[in-house]
Design a protein around this ligand. Sequence first.
Ligand code: ATP
Ligand code: MG
Length: 648
Amino acid sequence: MSAPSPDTRKFPPTPEFVAQANLSGVEAYKAAHKRSLDDPEGFWGDIASELTWMKPWDKVLDDSKAPVYEWFVGGKTNVTVNCLDRHVANGLADQPAILWEGEPADETRVLTYGQLLAEVERFANVLKALGVGKGDGVSIYLPMIPELAISVLACARIGAVHSVIFAGFSAESIKDRVMDQKSKLVITADGGWRRGKALMLKDIVDEGVADCSSIEKVLVVQRHLDKEPFPHTWNDRDVWYHEIAPTVPAECAPEEMDAEDMLFLLYTSGSTGKPKGVMHTTGGYMVYTYLTSKLTFDLKPGDVYWCTADVGWITGHSYIVYGILQNGVAQVMYEGAPNSPDESRFWQIVEKYKVSIFYTAPTAIRAFMKWGDQHVVKHDLSSLRLLGTVGEPINPEAWMWYHRLIGAEKCPIVDTWWQTETGGHMLTPLPGVTATKPGSATTPFLGIDAAVLDEDGNETDRGILAIRKPWPAMLRGVWGDEQRFKDTYWCKWGGKYYFPGDGAIKDEDGYFWITGRVDDVVNVSGHRIGTAELESVFVEHPAVAESAVIGVPHEIKGQGLVAFVIIRTGVEGEEAVWRKELTAMVDSKIGKFARPEKIVFSADLPKTRSGKIMRRLLRDIAEDRPLGNVTTLADPSVVDNLKEKFKA
Ligand code: ATP
Ligand code: MG
């Protein structure tokens, strides 16, 4: 079965790229993919053998407890050994691991692999000194400073289970997560910077953990906000990192971890409801993030990689900390915002560090388009050789902008579809293999059996995305809620296949196109319309920066569509004219049946703190309901403005 491509443009990798890639050519991919599905134990066993284990596994895959699949059963390792010790032993001690750029432009730090290992060992010993041991829960609420990566790795070093809470979250979100995990310790900083403003992180933590009886200590890293007025209180349980660190031993041997010991908990971003505490274990996650990093990003010695996500999201866990460090390359870590001090900061950083691989989110790309090309073109971006995106479907217009302006029409773009739950890339172009199409996450990664199915589990060209075989980095559960784990991911096709909750199209070349959340497929008079499709049409309009489309109940059609549209900065015009033009575009590109009932022009959209549009809140607004869970909403004032706009 196949559907026509939503966008038929095709961009094969250049012959120069193919010639040097870690995996080259469609034939090599097909052969490797076939073997990975026919003989998963052989395939994953070979990959795992490239890494260091304290004891080899007895069995690669145990499916006897499905849907909890176990990988590398009986194997013992510690992921920090593969991130750090292995490189130091192989002569990379003096190679840069982290090139840190603070938000204040004059503040920088470089950590080599040798220095990073030393910092992790000391931090690990501090945790031990504070009574943290294997299996204990540690919550981390830090800005994007090296100590964020260091503390994550320090937990892994001693087998403590980390739960990173993005440092933009409120006290209430901290409380929810700390209570859910029953963490023993919180790691935070006196503060952080965001667009020149001091964030009082310690104060937020104090409020968040005030009623959390599980918390024994609050470990505070000094981010020099003592330069600022220092308003917070100091409690008996508080410990300065810089005071305790010199009192502990420098060396910390890695804890021997079972492949299935928990590595971390991470809460999903809450786009579709209350966040879920996703559980990841050691061995499978380690092997999968190692291989996806190596192949999707084509990592090589000498690369300077930069992922703009925060370590507080799964993207930062897998593709700043674990996967990237296992590959031993240098990476930029940036504390601040893309528009501080001005809208060219990212491109200035790319130029300064000669970044070769750049990974960001569609929401950021759309913001750059909105701010204008002038911020980009004044910088030398010629060091870039590969670009990536993650987080949401990317509209073809934004893809083309990225390709032309950032990638100079020569860099492959890897549009990586995956989730907190999947641990690593699932659908993605491989840069030395795949001819990309703007807006498509293209084909499954090695070991991934992806399909587009209908409700009954039959293959179709337009339906629901399914993963039909287990993979090493898959989630092992939802913390404390086995029933939610089964109901959310395993009830769709009788427990046989993993259900990610996203809709997809499979085209004539076998490429996958994510059409949005299954909840976001709208049925207008019997026509199934993915909201992402309509949004892509709107974004083609030269005045439009971003849009979000939702379905609302409709007496005659069953469901109708409402579109929220953001106009680019500095563009003048009349709403009535835009409305007419946008409607005409829908008519010609999709059909009259897809015309929205209402087009609302607004200044902003409700987004999660990771930058994703929260369509469920737009539905609440359109249907005049009380708002659902808003703990992950970035800016609550956006919602009030929209309510007024909607009623007008
Ligand atoms: P929650 O599960 O709490 O609603 P969330 O799904 O936003 O939150 P994440 O795990 O961060 O939390 O996001 C995964 C989702 O992001 C995917 O299911 C998909 O909808 C979307 N996504 C990620 N990458 C892509 C991509 N390249 N193309 C299309 N969609 C993507
Ligand atoms: Mg999700």
